[in-house]
Write a protein that binds this ligand. Structure first.
Ligand code: HEC
Length: 140
């Protein structure tokens, strides 16, 4: 019985599951730009959540718009082509990213009015594109 339980345990872990996500190969410089942007995204989400928890709803809206919303698009525009992630992504992947910025701006517009309940209802807009892209694509 002992011999049986061990493999079953491993089969049940995510590590054994086949990674069915689409592999996207970006130029190294674009990958590095993206990695930096992603770490900034993490910080920004944490900041917005903390502001919401403190009841600073308008501030949360302002931070979300500036750091994750449509205002945050085009950060890599002035970089060399090889260092710009967007143009090297498949269009559908790029689309998820752009839809994500729009979804954050929807949250931000409501939060900027100070309406906490309505802003809370749109809070998942902050992370839905993160999840959507990460569950569909990988770069390694
Ligand atoms: C359009 C697709 C896309 C969206 C949207 C997206 N990501 Fe990513 N993310 C990536 C890719 C691709 C990588 C891998 C980059 C690399 O090759 O290093 C990545 C990497 C990361 C990493 C790892 C960084 C590291 O240290 O290597 C974090 C954390 C992360 N993303 C967080 C987020 C968060 C938070 C959001 C939402 C605000 C988000 N991502 C939205 C595509 C996306």
């Amino acid at each position: 019985m002992k011999y049986f339980i061990f493999p079953l345990f491993f089969l049940s872990t995510a590590a054994m599951a086949e990674d069915a996500r689409q592999l996207v190969t970006l130029p190294p410089a674009a990958q590095e730009s993206l990695r930096q942007e992603m770490l900034d995204n993490l910080l920004a989400i944490n900041e917005v959540l903390a502001l919401m928890a403190e009841g600073k709803v308008k501030e949360a809206g302002a931070a979300a718009e500036a750091k994750l919303g449509m205002s945050a698009m085009g950060k890599h525009r002035s970089k060399p082509f090889d260092a710009r992630p967007g143009p090297h992504m498949p269009p559908a992947m790029h689309g998820i990213g752009m839809d994500g910025h729009k979804a954050v701006s929807e949250f931000a517009a409501v939060a900027k009015t100070g309406d906490r309940d309505k802003a809370l209802a749109l809070l998942p807009n902050l992370t839905s594109a993160c999840v959507g892209c990460h569950f569909s694509y990988r770069t390694r």
